[in-house]
Design a binder for this molecule. Structure first.
Ligand code: 16G
Ligand code: MG
Length: 549
């Protein structure tokens, strides 16, 4: 069987590649201005179908979103059959296909992919796709659908939903009717799975005080509203920043990325939040979560992905102990270099901790090596993975006391409340609420698990960010040569100093992170290192990092 060249030709002519743009499938798929992505979406439609054929007709997911980016941006990423990120070797195929300059070049690239990846075209192609609330979404989805039609894929439209719900669908569809069945492949199935587990976990606990959820004016607003119907009064919450149809509102001065980056309360919440109240922000596609609260004096305190990891990992370890499973179930944590040094110290005193390069796929794969792998990026993306063996252990274990039995039941419910396919803001929110309820913690007690080291993130625009190469999970630079030792010298001059430099995977910049015992020192270190980077790499004069603040 060969490709239906005619159909692909017709489609490709309708979705021509802009001549002057080079596309790249980066850390989180393709991401750029929504207006230039038409040809990419058409081609991703074909690619997703080929990936499905390669995997014997298993369903592949396609998500159209640009997450926390501003509204004019959009993007697309593929989801592999277990609900995880696309296998790295196929990222290269995606980049190649997206850059074929003409229809003929595209067909040649497709044929070459079919040969090298040994794709049997007679296999079925099945995909499920969704989009977030961006205005450019519908047109891009139409281009994607043209791609599915051109190759004859069986495509299921999951409509407007969150990224993690799409990941859930993929896993649920592919495990349907097997012993690994992940749940019903519908939104109703998803919400029921999460909310039933949540309710079991908080049974008998005192009622929670109301939570405020900042929905970033994105798709999380729709999902959170639905979730409320399933939770009833087991978790009272109010939704803010739900203006999904207001032009320019998405992620604008709100949402998880805003809170994490600016370490501030979204201005839209300043009149809404009361001292002592706890709140959380989702990002634009609801796969990141940052908590915060106002203390008695109304001062803002942030509880980021590191704080979530500390809270959750300690709780799981405790439940494993209560269930008397310490010998059989080992819990580990995965972080990146961005994890606050104080969080790493806190966790290392309790559990094995591994540091990996930035990007969900690195964290996810490292977490898969533990019986229970807790992974969170400081930016609020993360989840917990329970290995198949651990799931079997939990279901076979015979508790010998009522306490052990409760610990075991809690662990089993945790496996259900957690979306194990990918970081999921709503699922993580329920997880956090469970732990807060069990520990009777308010934001203050949670925050005091450890005190964050002051830190600063700076970006530098350089001539060529690819000149920056790192090792040791991005904690050290190997190129440009000599730069790392200069950074080391600066670090040594700052008490409690730590700094690293890495090229961004999503923006054309180099990022500099620094932390130190004092805020002024962290700022100074970040700007000094950024200055070094600038001088070494010939940055854009406009963006030369200002002297430290
Ligand atoms: C993407 C990644 C996120 C990472 C961020 C880093 C996924 C799904 N998302 O958003 O994990 O933290 O990129 O961005 O992998 P940067 O490379 O620009 O710093
Ligand atoms: Mg996101």
């Amino acid at each position: 069987m060969s490709l239906s060249i005619d159909a692909i030709k017709v489609g490709s002519e309708k979705h021509p590649k802009p001549a002057d743009i080079h596309f790249q499938y980066g850390t989180a798929g393709f991401r750029t201005l929504g207006g230039v992505l038409d040809s990419v979406l058409f081609r991703v439609g074909i690619l997703a179908a080929l990936r499905s054929k390669r995997l014997d007709g298993r369903t592949i997911g396609v998500m159209v979103t640009a997450s926390h980016n501003p509204e004019p941006d959009n993007g697309v990423k593929l989801v592999d059959p277990r609900g995880e990120m696309l296998e790295a070797s196929w990222e290269v195929h995606a980049t190649t296909l997206s850059n074929a300059p003409t229809t003929d070049a595209l067909i040649e690239a497709l044929n070459s992919l079919i040969q090298t990846a040994k794709i049997d075209l007679s296999k079925p192609a099945r995909v499920v796709y969704a989009r977030d609330t961006r205005p450019s979404g519908p047109a891009l989805v139409a281009a994607l659908e043209d791609g599915f039609k051109a190759i004859g894929a069986e495509a299921r439209d999951a409509g407007v939903t969150t990224t993690p719900i799409l990941h859930y669908f993929v896993r649920a569809i592919n495990t349907k009717g097997t012993q690994y069945s992940y749940g019903e492949d519908s939104e109703d199935g998803y919400f029921r799975k999460l909310s039933d587990a949540y309710k079991k976990l908080v049974t008998g606990r005192p009622p929670a005080s109301p939570l405020l959820i900042d929905c970033a004016n994105g798709v999380g607003a729709i999902a959170a509203k639905k979730l409320a119907n399933y939770l009833g009064d087991s978790l009272p919450f109010t939704l803010e920043n739900t203006a999904i149809t207001t032009e320019g509102a998405l992620n604008n001065a709100c949402g998880a990325d805003f809170v994490k980056t600016s370490q501030k309360l979204p201005p839209s919440l300043s009149n809404v939040m009361k001292p002592g109240q706890r709140a959380c922000s989702l990002d634009g596609d609801a796969d990141r979560l940052i908590y915060f609260y106002l203390d008695e004096r109304g001062v803002f305190h942030m509880l980021d992905g590191d704080k979530i990891a500390a809270l959750v990992a300690a709780f799981i370890v405790e439940q494993v102990k209560i269930a008397d499973l310490e010998d059989k179930v080992k819990v580990g944590v995965v972080q990146t270099a961005y994890a606050n040094g104080a969080s790493t110290k806190y966790l290392q005193e309790r559990l094995p901790v591994k540091c990996v390069p930035t990007g969900v796929k690195h964290l996810h794969h490292a977490a898969e090596r533990y019986d229970v792998g807790v992974y969170f990026e400081a930016n609020g993306h993360g989840t917990v993975l329970f290995s198949d063996d651990t799931l079997a252990t939990l279901h076979e274990h015979q508790p010998s006391t009522p306490a052990q039995s409760r610990g075991l039941e809690n662990l089993i419910s945790l496996t259900n409340v957690i979306n194990q396919t990918v970081g999921d803001a709503l699922s993580d929110m329920l997880l956090v609420e469970v732990v807060l309820s069990h520990k009777s913690y308010s934001g203050v007690e949670w925050d005091s698990l450890y005190v964050d080291l002051p830190n600063r993130l700076v970006k530098v625009v350089v001539a060529d960010r690819n000149a920056f190469k790192t090792e040791d999970a991005e904690r050290r630079l190997v190129s440009p040569p000599g730069l790392q030792s200069k950074i080391d010298d600066l670090v040594n001059k700052h008490q409690g100093g730590r700094s690293f430099v890495r090229p961004s995977g999503t923006e054309d910049v180099v990022r500099v992170y620094a932390e130190a015992n004092l805020k002024a020192q962290a700022d100074e270190l970040a700007f000094r290192v950024a200055g070094l980077v600038y001088d070494e790499a010939g940055g854009d004069p406009v963006s030369r990092p200002k002297e430290f603040l």
